[in-house]
Design a protein around this ligand. Structure first.
Ligand SMILES: [Fe+2]
Length: 294
């Protein structure tokens, strides 16, 4: 049976039906999903009751899984999930909500800022796939912003101004904007800024998009205040309601997005209640710009 995709927002977002992602996919199904990702940038799959192994197997249809090393401050011995799974829950290894003042919890709050997953890596992520295992009745929505539509809506002068700009991304910039500045020397090395183009071109469709994230904290050749004002202006532009879709999670939803074409952010929720969301990440295949070795 071929899959069906229905657009659920004026500029992007597809909802996929007639598929069970717990089962192996046919080459035609993989192709249809990839084409859907190129077109809609985010796909929603409802009622997909999957295990971690099935989520990883589904993700591998679209490329290798990203190595999560260097993406957080959780120590290996405190990890709750197997290698290959990114823990986007508020839970500790004991399955209980993290202490409100724990450093890992504070670090994880950075997910509530607009971002593109792994833009702080020299080779940033391609797709992210987030599976809802335990959800809240209120709060905890995820919002997505279409960075292609946002780019298209810029005036010609701004497009020309930003065309060749290169930003520096680091987890220290996004966390620093929340007042979290106490990084160890080891973390400072791990979170060393990387360079990313501000305007990306999609390798299949050729569409341009803004490559923004709260991880971006500087622009090469520009003073920091000027860079940050420009990044704030562009982010404000790109996250206007007309470019944004809000996903209200139901248990066993899986949402798959293209980090090259959208930004996203979580919304606040009651941290005293368990919320279990699990992500797999499909690695990108190249840097967006040459890196400078320091
Ligand atoms: Fe994220």
């Amino acid at each position: 049976m071929s899959i069906a995709i229905r657009q659920i927002h004026p500029v992007f977002m597809g909802e996929v039906s007639d598929i069970d992602i717990a089962r192996p996919l046919s080459p035609d199904q993989v192709k249809a999903i990839e084409a859907g990702m190129d077109r809609y940038a985010v796909l929603v799959f409802r009622d997909q009751k999957i295990t971690d192994e099935q989520q990883m197997a589904f993700s591998l249809n679209f490329g290798a899984l990203e190595n999560a090393r260097g993406g957080n401050i959780t120590k290996p011995e405190d990890r709750r999930l197997a290698v290959g799974m990114n823990d986007v829950s508020n839970l500790g290894r004991d399955g209980r909500p993290l202490d409100r003042e724990s450093r890992v919890h504070l670090f994880n709050l950075g997910n509530l800022l607009w971002h593109s997953d792994s833009s702080f890596r020299a080779v940033p992520a391609k797709y992210s796939l987030l599976s809802a295992r335990v959800v809240h009745l209120t709060g905890g929505n995820t919002e997505y912003a279409d960075m292609r539509a946002a780019y298209d809506a810029l005036d010609a002068g701004t497009k020309a101004e930003i065309e060749d700009l290169v930003c520096e991304h680091s987890l220290m910039y996004s966390r620093g904007s929340l007042g979290m500045l106490d990084f160890t020397d080891e973390e400072r090395t791990m979170f060393r800024p990387v360079r990313q183009r501000l305007v990306r071109t999609h390798p299949v469709t050729g569409r341009k998009s803004l490559y923004l994230a709260s991880h971006a904290g500087a622009i090469v050749g520009m003073t920091m205040p000027e860079a940050r004002i420009l990044l704030r202006d562009l982010t404000e532009h790109a996250t206007q309601p007309r470019f944004v879709y809000t996903h209200a999670w139901r248990q066993w939803d899986l949402v798959m997005w293209d980090n090259r074409q959208v930004m996203h952010r979580g919304r606040r929720y009651d941290q005293s209640q368990p919320r279990d969301m699990r992500r797999t990440t499909v690695a990108g295949d190249a840097p967006t710009v040459a890196q400078v070795v320091t």
